[in-house]
Ligand binder design. Structure first.
Ligand SMILES: CC/C=C\C/C=C\C/C=C\CCC/C=C/C(=O)SCCNC(=O)CCNC(=O)[C@H](O)C(C)(C)COP(=O)(O)OP(=O)(O)OC[C@H]1O[C@@H](n2cnc3c(N)ncnc32)[C@H](O)[C@@H]1OP(=O)(O)O
Length: 313
C-alpha cells in the first residue's frame, strides 16, 4: 500500500532524473526536498585535523574521511547517551550538514562510549514537565528522525552496546545495523513505560522485521539480546564489540560500490510515503505525544520506571 502511494508523476520524475545525467542531483533534490534548519547556524563547522563538524557542546563528535566520503558520527552524551534536547538538536544539525556536503557519501552512527549505544529518550525530560516542554521535546525527536530516515547518504548504525527505545529508533532509521555480540539489548520497550510508539516508529519496525514480529515486539515492549535481534532481522550483522566500527566501515565500503544516485533514489522511493505522512501529521503527532505523556497515569508509570532504574544500583 505504501509503495502505491508514490504517484505516477513521481515515478516519471525519478526516471527523468536518472536520464538527464549532469543535472541529476538538482532534479533529485527537487523531487525529494530535504529540509534545512536555521538552528544549524548555531553549530560552527570545524575542518581541522579531519574533525569535520563540531557542535558547540561536543555531544556529537564527527570525523569524515575525505578520501572515502565516510563520516563517523559518535554520540557523546555520558553516561548513557540519553537523547536530551541538546543531543537531538546536535544530531539533527549534524545529519543535515553531512547531507549538504556533496563529498560525503556515507554516515556511520555510533556511540563514543562502548556498551551503550543510546539509552533512548531522556526520561527526565518527560517527567513532571509542562505540556509545552513535552511538545517541544517531541518535535526535536521528529526532526532528528526525519533528517536521518530521509537521508540520501548510506546510513549505517554501528550499535556498540545497549540500544533500547529511541536508541532503537535511531538504528531503525538507518539503512543497515551492525550490533555488538554479547549481553546487549535492543528493542522498542515503550509499553513498559506506559508509552505507545508513534505510527512512524511502529511502521519502521514493521518494515524491518515484518508485521507479526513487530506487532508482538511492540505490544510486550520486548528488548532482545543481540543474537535474537539478528535472528529477527532487527539487526543485520553481529560483531565483537571492539570490531563493530571496523565491520561497519567494511560494510559501507561494499555499499559504496553501488552508484549513489540509483541507491539514493531507490531508498527515497520506499521511504518518501512515511516521511511525507509524518510531515503532514506532525502537529497531530506532537499533540498526541504531549497529551499521552502528561497524563497522570503515564506520569506515575514514568516515576516508577525511574525509581526502578535508580534501584538497579
Ligand atoms: C496512539 C499513540 C500515538 C502516539 C504516540 C504517543 C506517545 C509516544 C510515546 C512514546 C514513543 C517514544 C519513543 C521512545 C521512548 C524512549 O526512548 S523512553 C526511554 C526508554 N529507555 C530505557 O528504557 C532505557 C533505560 N536505561 C537502561 O536500561 C540502562 O540505563 C542501560 C541498559 C541503557 C545502561 O545501563 P548501565 O550502563 O548500567 O547504566 P545505568 O542504568 O546505571 O544508567 C546510568 C545513569 O543514567 C540514567 N539513565 C539511564 N537511562 C536513562 C534515560 N533513558 N533517560 C535518563 N536517564 C537515564 C540512570 O538512571 C543512571 O542515572 P544515575 O543513577 O547515575 O543518576
Amino acid at each position: 500500500v505504501r509503495n502505491s502511494l508514490i504517484s505516477g508523476n513521481e515515478t516519471i520524475k525519478m526516471a527523468l532524473t536518472i536520464a538527464v545525467g549532469g543535472r541529476v542531483w538538482r532534479k533529485f533534490f527537487k523531487t525529494f526536498p530535504f529540509r534545512s534548519n536555521s538552528a544549524l547556524k548555531r553549530f560552527p563547522t570545524c575542518r581541522a585535523n579531519g574533525r569535520l563538524y563540531s557542535t558547540s557542546s561536543d555531544v556529537v563528535l564527527v570525523r569524515k574521511d575525505e578520501e572515502s566520503g565516510i563520516a563517523t558520527v559518535r554520540m557523546n552524551n555520558p553516561p548513557v547517551n540519553s537523547l536530551n534536547p541538546t543531543l537531538m538538536v546536535a544530531l539533527r544539525s549534524c545529519f543535515e550538514e553531512l547531507e549538504k556536503d556533496k563529498t560525503c557519501r556515507a554516515l556511520i552512527l555510533t556511540s563514543q562510549k562502548p556498551k551503550v549505544f543510546s539509552a533512548g529518550l531522556d526520561i527526565l525530560q518527560l517527567y513532571q514537565k509542562s505540556p509545552d516542554h513535552v511538545a517541544q521535546f517531541w518535535e526535536k525527536v521528529q526532526d532528528m528522525w526525519l533528517a536521518l530516515y530521509g537521508s540520501r547518504l548510506i546510513t549505517m548504525a554501528a550499535i556498540n552496546g545497549h540500544c533500547p527505545a529511541a536508541g532503537c529508533l535511531l538504528g531503525l532509521a538507518c539503512d543497515y545495523r551492525i550490533m555488538a555480540e554479547g549481553n546487549f539489548r535492543i528493542g522498542l520497550n515503550e509499553t513498559q513505560l506506559d508509552l505507545v510508539a508513534p505510527f512512524w516508529l511502529r511502521q519502521t519496525m514493521i518494515d524491518v522485521i515484518g508485521y507479526r514480529q513487530a506487532e508482538m515486539a511492540l505490544m510486550i515492549g520486548a528488548l532482545y539480546p543481540s543474537d535474537k535481534a539478528l535472528q529477527l532481522g532487527l539487526v543485520d550483522k553481529l560483531a565483537p564489540i571492539e570490531d563493530v566500527q571496523t565491520v561497519a566501515e567494511e560494510e559501507v565500503k561494499n555499499w559504496l560500490k553501488i552508484p549513489d544516485q540509483a541507491r539514493a533514489i531507490t531508498k527515497m522511493a520506499s521511504r518518501k510515503p512515511l516521511l511525507d505522512e509524518l510531515r503532514r501529521r506532525k502537529q497531530e503527532d506532537i499533540q498526541t505525544f504531549r497529551d499521552e505523556t502528561t497524563r497522570e497515569s503515564v506520569q506515575k508509570s514514568i516515576q516508577q520506571y525511574l525509581e526502578k532504574l535508580k534501584a538497579k544500583k
